[in-house]
Design a protein around this ligand. Sequence first.
Ligand SMILES: [Zn+2]
Length: 88
Amino acid sequence: MDASSISPASQVHTLYPPARAFFTYQCPHSDCGGEFDLADIIRIAVSDETHEARGSLLCTGARPGEKGSKRACELRLVYAISAHLGGR
Ligand SMILES: [Zn+2]
C-alpha cells in the first residue's frame, strides 16, 4: 500500500489571542514543503457577523514523485473556523 495515500489525521487547533500571529500551518505530509496560510480566512471569519468561515484549501507544495520527479501535493485542507470574541 502506498503510505502517501493515507490521509493525515484531522487536527484541531485552538487559537488564543496571544497566538494570533501563527495562522500558517505546515502541510502534514513530512515530505512536502507546503504551507496553509489561514490568516486571510481568519480575518474574514472575525469580521463576518456569523464569525464563522468554512471551505477548503489545496496544498500548493510539491512532494517527491517517481524517479526523482516532483508532483503537486494538492492535499485538501478542509477548515471550519469559528471565532469567539471576548466581550469587551
Ligand atoms: Zn502538501
